[in-house]
Design a protein around this ligand. Structure first.
Ligand SMILES: [Zn+2]
Length: 452
């Protein structure tokens, strides 16, 4: 590896080189834990240190060059594998990094902080389960064989671990792994996985991201595989997707590297739709039919008791029966979501013009905000630059007062309209507040706003 620069700065060189500190004196115990590093970098720290080094080099205008065509991502993945081998890491080293819990009934979620640990754990079982290549899918293979295949197919180095944020496999794949059908020699990551995997598990999902989308995507796979009612509802919704639209989704998924198998593709389409993504044609931004199917699938996901978001943003209360249990188990995910949104946002199905209406409402609120601030600003201006005359002082305070009223009114109107939209009603002539006013009374602000 070669680091070059045109504008040499000693402090920059020191900063970049200091990133290599954790690489010194590296041994088996410290490779995966490195207690000296900040917590965020502790997930596979030496590899994280490499990422940090590359980032620092970029900021300071360095060019990090490798002998041969190699990118940073490939270098980090190769480095990770080489070090795992060099330090002879054992399954117990990886086991400590896994957190497994039942995310849905019989669906277990494996969480680990590092994408490298996660990707290297799942790579073989994920590809054994659904590789687009029939030579790999359901066949035994070694990791090096897969790496060769990956390089040839994608025309780039092996960056698999940093490429995918989430994984999912049914339990029979883990049984095959245990029976040596995936490959005769188990890697330490795979041994560790089999040690933590419970015999009652039906489906395994894995993620290391904090974002809800990845987790929801993988949970949708788990639900699709284990819950017949959900699978039927989703299959019915997907039947409403015209053949042409389904083909567009198929094409996009093939481009992403999925296998051309209708069962796998349907599973992926529904998982992406639960996540909130639809596949459109080139240059297309929206498609009402696809949008409706997506909303229906998302509703099925929520209606089944998962990720249920009740009025006021509270998780569904645990109730008797299986649905209640599921809802209860999902309270923690719900809490995460509420934390991320600070409890201020609420998720509703994006049906028909829902998103458009709410965004228009937001724009109207911003218009009121601007008007209020302009009036208050003018008031301050009058007081500051035309002092000494009492009428100016009165005018200034009057403008500030009107500005504050406008701001308050705009905020009230925003929440009123939002509520009205959620209830499916809207007074189109004089706005929501006017519709609440006594008959014959017209609010001047609303008249100004709706008739201009
Ligand atoms: Zn998927």
């Amino acid at each position: 590896m070669l680091v070059t620069t045109e504008d040499l700065s000693l402090s920059a060189v020191a900063e970049v080189l200091s990133c290599f500190q954790p690489l010194q004196g590296l041994e088996r115990q410290s490779f995966l834990s490195a207690p000296k590093l900040p917590r965020l970098l502790r997930a596979v720290p030496p590899a994280s240190a490499l990422c940090k080094t590359f980032a620092a080099a970029k900021v300071h205008g360095y060019r990090v060059a490798f002998s041969g065509p190699c990118r940073c991502e490939e270098f980090v993945c190769s480095y990770f594998d080489a070090m795992c081998e060099d330090l002879q890491l054992k399954s117990c080293d990886f086991e400590k990094l896994y957190l497994l819990h039942e995310a849905l009934p019989s669906v277990y979620s494996l969480h680990t902080d590092s994408r490298l640990v996660l990707g290297s754990t799942f790579v073989r079982i994920q590809e054994y389960y659904e590789s687009p290549d029939a030579q790999i899918r359901h066949h035994a293979f070694e990791l090096d064989q897969y790496k060769d295949w990956y390089r040839k197919r994608h025309g780039k180095g092996f960056d698999y671990y940093l490429e995918w944020p989430g994984f999912n496999v049914p339990s029979w794949v883990l049984n095959d792994l245990r029976d040596g059908k995936v490959g005769c020699k188990l890697r330490p990551q795979e041994e560790a996985l089999l040690k933590v995997w419970p015999s009652c598990g039906q489906y395994l999902i894995g993620s290391c991201e904090e974002d809800m989308e990845t987790l929801q995507h993988e949970m949708a796979h788990g639900l699709y595989a284990t819950n017949e009612a959900y699978r039927e509802a989703v299959t019915q919704s997907l039947e409403d997707l015209p053949q042409g639209r389904w083909q567009v989704s198929r094409q996009r998924l093939l481009e992403l590297g999925y296998a051309d198998d209708p069962a796998i593709l349907n599973d992926e389409i529904q998982a992406y739709m639960v996540e909130g993504k639809c596949f459109y044609e080139e240059g297309e931004l929206d498609c009402p039919i696809t949008g409706e199917v997506q909303a229906a699938i998302r509703r099925s996901f929520e209606d089944d008791g998962y990720m249920r978001i009740e009025e006021g943003g509270n998780p569904a209360a645990p109730a008797s029966g299986s649905k209640g249990r599921k809802a209860h188990e999902h309270a923690k995910y719900h809490c995460n979501r509420t934390m991320i949104n600070f409890g201020l946002s609420k998720q509703v199905p994006n049906k028909d013009s829902t998103a458009r209406d709410h965004l228009a409402n937001e724009r109207t609120f911003l218009a009121w905000l601007r008007t209020g601030l302009a009036l208050s600003g003018a008031g301050f201006g009058v007081i500051k630059f035309l002092p000494g005359v009492s009428t100016n002082l009165i005018l200034g305070f009057f403008l500030i007062g009107v500005g504050i009223c406008v701001l308050a009114f705009g905020a009230l109107r925003y929440f009123d309209v939002m509520e009205a939209l959620e209830n499916g009603v809207f007074a189109i002539d004089t706005g929501v507040l006017a519709s609440r006013s006594p008959p014959g009374m017209t609010n001047p602000f609303v008249a100004l706003m709706t008739r201009s």
